[in-house]
Design a protein. Structure first.
Length: 687
């Protein structure tokens, strides 16, 4: 758990004092390692469970502080986003029924959190990335109001600069510019801790790096972000973007980001990597330091190393070395940060069992991994696993490339079983949890693959956000049953539900797959767009992507009425496009948008973000919203507007292009080619 006690205001003297304290702590840690003071011979496990809070419509809801206050459980704490929570679980010795006890505590804390959330009409879901997150959720209003998070956001944003580009390619491609670190709100994980003796730490840590790829390949659960299908574990790419402090110059020099896998094997001691971090990454957070760690050692006391621990908490290696004191003895542990939250509690414990078993057996079976494998292969394997999951290729110890599925089933699962047995784990737990890994890998049904298969099985005509909500609802249901993901049925869109039409903002159902024209394009192109794509409105963008107008089917009809059909092949779009546009932002409420369309008597609303067109709302889109619910609310809204009508018009004459065409005098005498297109555009699907 990150230390929340940080200073948000400090001068240069305080910064230098804190930096010296970090260096002093590293000196003390080096002494403890070389003198054998770090605890050996004891293996403990622990975990941190991150989770999302959602409302009844499956969207994230910023109630973390309220839920924590209601739950009154010291294990619960905040995360950077106000719709994220974290639970810190009790450390356990790695033996006997520790895995069952870990599962039991996870179930207990999840139950208590759900119960507390229910008091606010909310619930909890485990997901690496919540499928229903929208850009409007990623604002500083949803940043948890605590100095640690506020200061991280401020400093990271200042160091990197504004306009942080998020660019991730998968099946789809996502590009977005963000102004702060709020994109980090998307990520939640299940972090596993393993205490390792000081004498063996370098060896085991290197194996944790080597084994990360196949473990991740079997655990991927984050294939979606903003309705885009990206990496099987998109968190890996996204988290690096979210907390990147490198300026353009640093990126040009290919400086290592704060979120990283590492650049080399540890040769002698973990202190090598920690020193490298201390000089490579500037201090982000400070706090008052009242301890001289070397003086504490000289006095025979165990130092807390608070300065280094705070700094280390702002460097996010996927396998991170951590320090702690248990029963008065200092210890080191490996924190596994790449595992996603979910798909279910039993899946998470299975992932932990797979990792723990391998960490015991691999060093014992093969010795020093640095003599068997190139670090570059381990790193490349890791990112391949994040991209492709069980379909990835992994270069293993013999230098041969294996498909992840084959490597896990034929070589790694037997080793993991052996490692758990050697640790004294009860046989029932070994078989239960590793059989889940075996079933998941055999069926190639990770959480990520289940999501992708579910989406592919849904009606492609359904709105993206309806599919995302259906997916999230199915995830929550299966998690409550605590069934492993390879036994889940595919998610389906329910025929009726209370949340399916609960649209809060236009971002949740606006059309984003837009066909646009330029102001200098020939009008015939716009007419063909209407005809071929069955749309009534074509946005007009300039060369810089700025919205400058809209051409509607009515504009085409009016052209025909003026007898200018023969000029359609010569007239530029700019000559008939409307430029006095009413636009809205993605955060605009659905009811506000509907009232605006009705009050202004317009058929569509462009959705604009920082001057750029990001979506379009038309009357057709509102057909997917519950008419009864909206009627009740719109009547209430309209009654608050002086002089406005309270009756919803179900027939909007401005929208009815068919009547507009048929009412024109001598319509059939007008240019038949363009008229046919105007008729067909008017009689299309009313998008």
């Amino acid at each position: 758990m990150g230390d929340k006690n940080v200073k948000s205001k400090y001068d240069e003297h305080e910064m230098r004092s804190f930096t010296r304290a970090v260096l002093t702590d590293l000196q003390a840690l080096d002494v403890m390692l070389t003198s054998g003071q770090i605890e050996n011979g004891v293996r403990r496990i622990g975990a941190e469970q991150e989770m999302f809070l959602i409302d009844s419509s499956m969207n994230p809801v910023p109630l973390a502080l309220d839920v924590i206050a209601k739950a009154q459980d010291e294990r619960l704490t905040t995360e950077i986003g106000r719709f994220n929570l974290e639970a810190n679980l009790t450390p356990l010795e790695m033996k006997d029924d520790c895995l069952s006890r870990l599962e039991s505590e996870l179930s207990d804390i999840l139950y208590k959190t759900k119960h507390a959330a229910s008091e606010f009409g909310a619930d909890v879901v485990l997901a690496g990335i919540l499928p229903t997150i929208h850009g409007s959720d990623l604002t500083l209003q949803n940043l948890t109001p605590m100095p640690r998070y506020e200061e991280i956001n401020r400093v990271v944003s200042e160091l990197h600069g504004r306009n942080r580009l998020i660019h991730i390619k998968g099946i789809d491609e996502l590009q977005m510019n963000v102004q702060d670190t709020s994109i980090e709100f998307c990520n939640t994980s299940f972090q596993v801790h393993l205490q390792v003796g000081g004498e063996e730490f370098a060896t085991v840590y290197n194996w944790a790096q080597a084994a990360a790829a196949p473990i991740l390949a079997a655990a991927v659960n984050s294939p979606l972000l903003m309705n885009s299908r990206l990496w099987h574990e998109t968190r890996i790419a996204l988290f690096q973007h979210a907390t990147d402090t490198r300026s353009a110059v640093h990126r040009l020099r290919q400086q290592t980001p704060r979120v990283n896998f590492g650049e080399r094997w540890i040769e002698n001691s973990i202190i090598e990597e920690l020193r490298d971090d201390a000089v490579r990454f500037r201090v982000l957070l400070t706090q008052p330091i009242n301890e001289d760690s070397t003086a504490e050692l000289a006095a025979g006391r165990v130092p807390n190393l608070n300065a280094w621990r705070l700094h280390n908490g702002t460097i996010w290696r996927w396998n991170r070395a951590c320090y702690g004191i248990v029963n008065g003895k200092p210890g080191l542990r490996i924190e596994v940060r790449y595992l996603p939250a979910g798909p279910s509690i039993v899946d998470e414990v299975a992932n932990a069992a797979f990792f723990l078993g391998l960490m015991i057996s691999l060093p014992k079976e093969f010795g020093d991994v640095t003599r068997l494998m190139h670090f570059e292969d381990a790193k490349d394997n890791f990112f391949n696993a994040a991209r492709y999951g069980l379909k990835s290729q992994i270069v293993w110890l013999d230098g041969e490339s294996y498909r992840a599925r084959r490597l896990i089933l034929e070589q790694l699962l037997p080793l993991a079983r052996r490692g758990l047995r050697d640790s004294g784990i009860i046989e029932g737990d070994i078989e239960r949890f590793l059989t889940i890994i075996e079933g998941r890998v055999t069926n190639e049904r990770t959480g990520a693959q289940w999501m992708l298969d579910s989406l592919a099985n849904m009606d492609p005509r359904a709105k993206k956000n309806v599919r995302a909500r259906s997916l999230t609802a199915a995830m929550k249901k299966h998690q409550e049953e605590n069934v492993p993901v390879h036994m889940w049925g595919l998610a389906e869109i329910p025929p009726e539900s209370e949340w399916i039409d609960n649209y809060k903002t236009v971002e949740q159902f606006m059309t984003t797959d837009l066909f646009t024209v330029g102001p200098d394009d020939v009008l015939e192109l716009a007419a063909n767009v209407m005809h071929w794509k069955h749309v009534r409105h074509v946005p007009v963008e300039d060369k810089k992507g700025r919205l400058v107008g809209i051409v509607s089917h009515r504009d085409v009809v009016e052209l025909l009425a003026l007898g200018k059909a023969d000029l359609a092949n010569e007239i530029a779009v700019r000559e008939i496009m409307k430029t006095d546009l009413v636009v809205i932002s993605p955060e605009t409420s659905t009811l506000e948008a509907l009232y605006l369309m009705r009050n202004k008597n317009i058929g569509c609303l462009p959705v604009v973000l920082r001057g750029r067109l990001v979506g379009l709302i038309t009357a057709y889109d509102f057909l997917t919203v519950s008419a009864k619910l909206l009627e009740e609310r719109l009547v209430n809204l309209a009654s608050e507007q002086p002089g406005s009508q309270t009756k919803i018009e179900t027939e909007n004459e401005r929208q009815d292009g068919n009547d507009a065409i048929d009412d024109l005098p001598n319509a059939d005498d007008l240019g038949p080619h363009l008229l046919t297109k105007a008729r067909q555009a008017g009689r299309g699907t009313h998008k």
